[in-house]
Ligand binder design. Structure first.
Ligand code: ATP
Length: 511
């Protein structure tokens, strides 16, 4: 099945099974804003727990914070967002559709890369086991010609971004003959900068009101609390502050479902270090974060690092963790070495000293910062896309979400084989015992086969079926989602069997 079709199915599946709904749907929706349904909210909470515990519980020197969304407007001046938090936009005059100029060019680069990969895949098929991929990539004329095209376009693009040269971005789009996917035309406007921050007013009277922003990242809430946390927690450098919270960006193009939203949630950690050590910490956090992703078991080959074409104004190193979504490799997380930019700016704009006295060096300095920043919603989409499976069985087909068990919204479904003979009561008894530890669901409607399919579709890892034998010997069958194998176990043992599997500890031990 084509990757785009899979993605469409994933989106439809999210709606059908209570994972994600379009916001304000009965009013025809609101662009790029989404709500999480009964299963979505559970998965989202589990993702947040996986991140939070891996940061705060497993690192003695990382502590949490929950700062407000509204902040003093000068913060956004100091951070550079008022002047520079913008994306280059371009409109197609025929379709009236708006695009990000940089994304159009990135997609062009991806197309060239795709051509190379297709060439390699073809050759691999032809030569079988004797295929030497590296040699092929280095010598095949068609691959080399495309590689040359890619390199030339990439370096031109990187230069345009670094020079903030909007005319050059437009010229690249013209020279590459990039067409609007909707109208098919090359009738483009000039490229303009567009600030992504939402603004609103605070204050009861029109005269007294002041313009404030909805935060476009959670990081600044951490920076302005650096001193509070360092002092009250008696934190010694190096240490980190972690935060999960909403962020808002007036994205120019918001397609691809929850990949790019106008209201979303971030999980950010700012790690404060001694100046000069930041690049070592940057490498360390790159490694730690990649392990966190790979521990979910979706296949190491589906992750890669992507170096930034352009470093943000505050960074001296930056890398993205990319995952192979059905629509290609895309960023899930950013890891940035932010230097002392933010804290120094806040020193300057607030007039307050934001320093650390390092007893080992016997001197004070503005700490340097390494940041890890990941979107909850994008991680959600990554997990759902990776977990979605259509399997052909002997007689029929099943759709199953192979979610990591610790993240699954419902851990077990308890199903009485029939609605009589005391089986529902027995099933309720089991739930009453296990509900303190796990999210359980009771289901007695339809045939047992149908019920299994429903649970597969929402990714429930265990189905426990209560039958007539259960009343006699206190045993049930437990069915495993991925293998569909069933075994008979004692009701007493259920808690232990399930507990061992769904425990976050299993994931954490891989980190
Ligand atoms: P992009 O290049 O995709 O616009 P970015 O580089 O601006 O993203 P960062 O500012 O580094 O993103 O934000 C950190 C993380 O926050 C991203 O890796 C992503 O997971 C998430 N994120 C950023 N913008 C959005 C959005 N509009 N919707 C959902 N998640 C987002």
């Amino acid at each position: 099945m084509a990757q785009e079709d899979i993605f469409k199915k994933v989106v439809a599946h999210c709606k059908e099974y209570g994972y994600v709904f379009q916001s304000s749907e009965i009013y025809d929706g609101l662009g790029a804003v989404y709500d999480y349904g009964q299963n979505g909210v559970e998965l989202k909470n589990n993702i947040k727990k996986y991140w939070w515990d891996s940061m705060v519980k497993l690192h003695e020197n990382v502590v949490g914070l929950d700062s407000a969304i509204f902040m003093h407007p000068t913060i956004w001046k100091a951070s550079g967002h008022v002047d520079a938090f913008s994306d280059p936009l371009i409109d197609n005059k025929d379709s009236k559709k708006r695009y990000r100029a940089d994304v159009l060019i990135e997609e062009q680069l991806a197309k060239i890369e795709e051509k190379i990969n297709k060439e390699v895949a073809k050759a691999k098929k032809r030569f079988g086991d004797s295929f030497n991929e590296q040699q092929f990539r280095e010598t095949n004329p068609r691959v080399l010609a495309n590689k040359e095209k890619w390199d030339a376009l990439h370096s031109r693009f990187a230069k345009a971004l670094n020079d903030s040269d909007l005319n050059e971005l437009k010229q690249i789009i013209v020279d590459q003959a990039i067409v609007c996917p909707v109208s098919g035309s090359r009738n483009w406007t000039e490229v303009r900068q567009f600030n992504l921050m939402f603004a609103t007013e605070m204050g009861a009277t029109a005269e007294g009101a002041s313009k404030i922003y909805l935060r476009p990242e959670t990081a600044q809430g951490i920076f302005v609390n650096y001193l509070n946390v360092q002092k009250t927690g008696r934190m010694k450098i190096p240490f980190g502050i972690a935060q999960i919270g909403k962020a808002f960006r007036n994205e120019i193009v918001a397609r691809q479902f929850i990949f790019r939203m106008r209201e979303f949630e971030q999980m950010e950690m700012q790690f404060f270090v001694r100046p000069g050590t930041e690049l070592d910490w940057f490498e360390k956090w790159k490694d730690t974060r990649m392990k966190w992703h790979k521990a979910l078991g979706f296949g190491d080959e589906n992750y890669r690092f992507h170096e930034h074409e352009k470093l943000a104004h505050y960074a001296n190193a930056a890398v993205d963790v990319e995952y192979k979504f059905p629509f290609g490799f895309k960023e899930v997380e950013g890891i940035h070495s932010r230097t002392d930019f933010d804290l120094s700016q806040h020193e300057e704009y607030s007039g307050k000293k934001i320093r650390y006295f390092d007893p080992e060096l016997n001197e004070s300095y503005v700490p340097f910062v390494v940041e890890t920043s990941i979107g909850v919603d994008r991680m959600f989409l990554q997990i759902i896309s990776a977990a979605y499976c259509e399997e052909q069985l002997e007689k029929d087909k099943r759709v199953v979400l192979k979610l990591p068990v610790a993240l699954a919204p419902i851990k077990l479904a308890v199903l009485p084989l029939v609605k009589k003979d005391g089986l529902p009561e027995k099933a309720r008894e089991i739930i009453n015992e296990l509900k303190f530890d796990f999210n359980c669901q009771y289901d007695e409607k339809d045939s047992i086969g149908k019920r299994y399919r429903r649970q597969d579709a929402i990714g429930t890892p265990f189905c426990v079926t209560v039958d007539h034998q259960s009343a006699e010997d206190n045993t049930v069958t437990i069915r495993y989602r991925d293998t569909m194998e069933q075994e008979r176990v004692s009701i007493e043992d259920l808690g232990k069997i399930i507990g061992e599997q769904v425990n976050f500890k299993k994931l954490f031990e891989e980190l």
